[in-house]
Design a protein around this ligand. Sequence first.
Ligand code: ZN
Length: 119
Amino acid sequence: MSKKFIRQREQREKKRIARERVETLFTLAERVFPYEPELADRYVEIALAVQQKAKIRLPRKWKRRYCKRCHSFLVPGKNARVRLRSRPYPHVVIKCLNCGYIMRYPYLREKKRKRMEKA
Ligand SMILES: [Zn+2]
């Protein structure tokens, strides 16, 4: 087995572990949020540090569950306001009620990206 091959396998393993950690941390954040929101925020910070270090993508499931500015764990109806808007394009507006930051996510982004990948 070549060294390069071993290295590649190590990298894959590292990323797999990082993904597991991110998943665990966000799951914990969700669980502790109702009674210890500050701890939830701490878990988000750690998850983001793991994600950046391993250079992995955040699972779609958790991507919109934290504030991009203050990194609070967001729970719609608790510390986040979620609204749907159709103009000027269909998008979701998520407002962090901790710092007031507004995030916008177009609906059609996933579709568009797939289309671009094909072309
Ligand atoms: Zn915020």
